[in-house]
Design a binder for this molecule. Structure first.
Ligand SMILES: Cc1cc2nc3c(=O)[nH]c(=O)nc-3n(C[C@H](O)[C@H](O)[C@H](O)COP(=O)(O)OP(=O)(O)OC[C@H]3O[C@@H](n4cnc5c(N)ncnc54)[C@H](O)[C@@H]3O)c2cc1C
Length: 411
C-alpha cells in the first residue's frame, strides 16, 4: 500500500495538514504516537483552547517574535477568519475575549479536537494511533516513505513532519521531529524555552505564592536598557513568577543569552506617578490617625503591603500624618517599579512553546516544502517560529498545516 501523503503527528498542525490533503482527494494517512489525537491541543488555554486571535496581519506580525516574515504566505493562505469559519461550520461556536483571544463558547478545547477528527473521517483520512515514526526513507533527495518505531515501512512520496516541539513531553512532543529533520539533512536551531515561567532571586516572592494581579506592566532591563515590555496578568508561584505577561516577557529573554536580567513591575500602570501620589495623599488623609500599613490596603493588595514597605524602607507602624513627602515618593516609585531579579528560566519541558527548530532558510515559505528533500514538508512548532500568548501559536500550527497539505496536493 502506498499513500499520496503521510503526515507525522496528530496535533493541530498535522490534523489540519491531513484534513486539507484529504479534502483535495489525496490518499492520506495521519500517524500519531499517542493513543489519541491532539493531546496538547486539549490542554491549551487551561483546557479552554485559545484557538486563534481575531487581530489582523499586522497584529500577528507584532506578536510573532521569531521569523514572522517567513509565515506571511501560510497566514495569508489560511488566516484566522478561515479557521474560525471552518470550526463554526463544524458546530464549534466561538467567542472573542479580551485581547481578541478566540475560544470555543463551550470553553472546551476538546471540541476543537472533536471537530478536526470529524473532518478527518469525512475526508477519508486514515488515522493510525499508537505508532511512532523514527525514520524518513529518502532516495536521491526524494521522499520514499517512513519507518515506524517497530520497523514497519509505510510507503509514500510525500511526508509532512508535524511532530511539534519538545516541551510538555507528556503530551507526545518529545523532539522526534528535530531528529527526523536532521537525519534528512536539515539544520536545527538549538531548541530553547519560550513562554516559560521565571525563577526569581528575591526570597519574598514565595510569600506571595498564589497571588495573581491582572493589570500590571512588566519590563525587562539588561545593562540599563529596557529590552522588553508587556502588560497583563502576573501570577506569583513557589519558585517565582508566571502568568501571561511573564510568559510573554520570557520569550524575549530566551532569544539570546545576556547578562543579568532585572524586572520592574508596575502594579498601577493606569496611574501616572503624579496621579498615584495624589491618590496616596487622599488615602492617607482619609485614614488620619491610623498606621501607614493599615491604610495602604485601599491601594495595593493586602498581601503585598508589608513587602512594599520593606522595599521602600518606610516604617509601616508610623502614623499616616507623619509620612513625609519623600517617603510618599519612595512608595510611589516602588509601587510602579517593583524590582525583581531573574534567577533562571524554568526547565524547557515547562515551556508553553519550544523556540528554535527546523531552520526556516531551508523551507520554502510559500509551500512549506523542504529545500533539501523533495516531497518533505514541515508544519507547526517543529519549525523555528514562535509567538506570544493570545492564540497566535495555534494559528501558526493551523496555517502551516493547511499550507503543507494544500501544497502537497497541488504538485
Ligand atoms: C499548557 C499549554 C497551553 C497552551 N495554550 C495555548 C493556547 O491557548 N493558544 C495557543 O495558540 N497555543 C497554546 N499552546 C501552544 C500550542 O499548544 C502549540 O503551539 C501547538 O500544539 C503546536 O502544534 P503542533 O501540531 O505543531 O504540535 P503538537 O501539538 O505538539 O503535536 C505534535 C504531535 O506529534 C506527535 N508526535 C511526536 N513525535 C512523533 C513521532 N515520532 N511519531 C508520531 N507522532 C509523533 C505528538 O504525540 C503530538 O501529538 C499551549 C501549549 C501548552 C503546553
Amino acid at each position: 500500500m502506498k499513500y499520496d501523503l503521510i503526515v507525522i503527528g496528530g496535533g493541530p498542525a498535522g490534523m489540519m495538514s491531513a484534513v486539507t490533503a484529504g479534502v483535495e482527494g489525496m490518499h492520506t494517512i495521519l500517524i500519531e504516537k499517542n493513543n489519541k489525537l491532539g493531546k496538547k491541543l486539549r490542554i491549551t488555554g487551561n483546557g479552554r483552547g485559545n484557538v486563534t486571535n481575531y487581530g489582523d496581519m499586522e497584529d500577528f506580525q507584532r506578536n510573532i517574535i521569531n521569523n514572522g516574515k517567513f509565515l506571511y504566505s501560510s497566514l495569508y493562505a489560511f488566516d484566522n477568519l478561515r479557521l474560525m469559519e471552518l470550526l463554526e461550520s463544524q458546530d464549534v461556536k466561538l467567542k472573542i475575549e479580551q485581547g481578541n483571544r478566540v475560544f470555543p463558547v463551550s470553553d472546551r478545547a476538546g471540541d476543537i479536537v472533536d471537530a478536526l477528527y470529524k473532518l478527518l473521517r469525512q475526508n477519508k483520512v486514515e488515522v493510525k494511533l499508537n505508532t511512532g515514526i523514527k525514520k524518513i526513507l529518502i532516495q536521491d533527495s526524494h521522499v520514499q516513505g517512513i519507518v515506524t518505531y517497530d520497523d514497519n515501512v509505510i510507503k509514500g512520496n510525500k511526508v509532512v513532519i508535524a511532530s511539534g516541539g519538545m516541551s510538555w513531553q507528556q503530551t507526545g512532543s518529545t523532539g522526534d521531529g528535530y531528529k527526523l529533520a536532521k537525519d534528512a539533512g536539515h539544520k536545527i536551531i538549538e531548541p530553547r524555552p519560550a513562554l516559560i515561567p521565571l525563577e526569581i532571586k528575591e526570597a519574598w516572592v514565595k510569600e506571595l505564592q498564589g497571588l495573581s494581579l491582572s493589570n500590571i506592566n512588566i519590563q525587562a532591563v539588561v545593562e540599563n536598557r529596557v529590552i522588553a515590555k508587556q502588560s497583563g496578568e502576573i501570577l506569583f508561584t513557589h519558585f517565582g513568577i508566571s502568568g501571561p505577561a511573564v510568559l510573554s516577557i520570557s520569550s524575549f529573554l530566551s532569544k539570546t543569552s545576556r547578562g543579568p536580567v532585572n524586572l520592574q513591575i508596575d502594579i498601577k500602570p493606569e496611574l501616572s506617578a503624579g496621579k498615584l501620589d495624589k491618590n496616596l495623599q487622599e488615602i492617607l488623609n482619609i485614614n488620619n490617625g491610623k498606621n501607614l500599613k493599615n491604610s495602604l490596603y485601599d491601594l495595593i493588595p493586602r498581601r503585598m503591603v508589608q513587602i512594599i514597605l520593606q522595599l521602600t524602607g518606610v516604617d509601616g507602624n508610623k502614623k499616616v500624618d507623619r509620612v513625609s513627602s519623600q517617603e510618599r515618593e519612595r512608595l510611589v516609585h516602588i509601587i510602579k517599579n517593583i524590582p525583581l531579579m531573574v534567577k533562571k528560566m524554568r526547565p524547557l519541558n515547562e515551556a508553553i512553546i519550544t523556540g528554535g527548530g527546523v531552520n526556516i532558510k531551508e523551507i520554502t515559505p510559500s509551500t512549506m516544502e523542504s529545500k533539501i528533500v523533495k516531497g518533505l514538508y514541515f508544519a507547526g512548532e517543529v519549525i523555528d517560529v514562535d509567538a506570544l500568548t493570545g492564540g497566535y501559536n495555534l494559528q501558526i500550527a493551523f496555517s502551516t498545516g493547511y499550507l503543507s497539505g494544500i501544497s502537497a496536493a497541488s504538485k
